[in-house]
Write a protein that binds this ligand. Structure first.
Ligand SMILES: Cc1cc2nc3c(=O)[nH]c(=O)nc-3n(C[C@H](O)[C@H](O)[C@H](O)COP(=O)(O)O)c2cc1C
Length: 183
């Protein structure tokens, strides 16, 4: 079993990174092979809308740092999607990656990914009110459902302006680890 973690936050060991690490630690305890990708350290472009993937068996024309990640998503049993909330939505690094998932869609918009993969969504926001950005989480859930993932577990960090704030949230760290163990 393989679980990959995607961290879109530019803050190393910040709130999203720490929670994704906790999910991966749980998955590792459950016997999974785990890999973490830090998008901010990777050089990649957004989808060029060239439709090359539609005539080349889902292969993206861009041979950049996202190519191994896309291959890993296709092979993984579970994926942890971690992003901070910037301006009410997933941050730019995450959005660029998400657009590249377009290569998993056939011309008729059916999905090439094996259905039934598991997922965990990890978000962190500065605002203390979790309900405020429920729409961003819902949007991600809908995308993953469209791609054939099982309904994802959601870990939502609030009041996360300080990168170490999550260290005070043992409840969320425990929830993240449990979500990883359940993958
Ligand atoms: C460019 C930018 C935009 C942000 N927009 C929001 C926002 O719309 N709502 C919010 O609650 N927090 C916002 N924040 C705060 C981040 O969501 C918060 O710092 C987050 O918890 C960081 O997670 P991290 O430690 O994993 O990087 C923003 C921060 C930045 C840098």
């Amino acid at each position: 079993m393989k679980t990959i973690g995607i961290v879109a936050s530019p803050r190393k060991n910040g709130n999203v990174d720490t929670l994704v690490q906790a999910v991966l630690a749980g998955a590792k305890e459950a016997g999974h092979e785990t890999v973490k990708y830090d998008l901010n350290e990777m050089k990649f472009q957004g989808c060029q809308a060239c439709n090359y993937c539609k005539t080349h068996n889902g292969t993206c024309r861009l041979n950049d740092d996202l190519a191994p990640l896309l291959k890993d998503i296709a092979e993984a049993d579970a994926v942890v999607f971690g992003t901070p909330i910037y301006f009410l939505q997933p941050c730019g690094q995450f959005r660029l990656m998400q657009d590249r998932l377009f290569s998993f869609l056939k011309p008729d918009f059916t999905v090439t990914l094996k259905p039934g993969k598991k997922a965990v969504i990890v978000t962190s926001q500065g605002n203390p009110d979790a309900a405020l950005f429920a729409g961003a989480v819902k949007g991600l859930e809908q995308t993953l459902t469209m791609y054939g993932f099982k309904p994802p577990a959601v870990i939502q960090m609030t009041a996360g302006n300080s990168p170490g704030a999550v260290k005070e949230r043992q409840d969320l760290l425990d929830k993240a680890k449990a979500a990883g163990k359940a993958l």
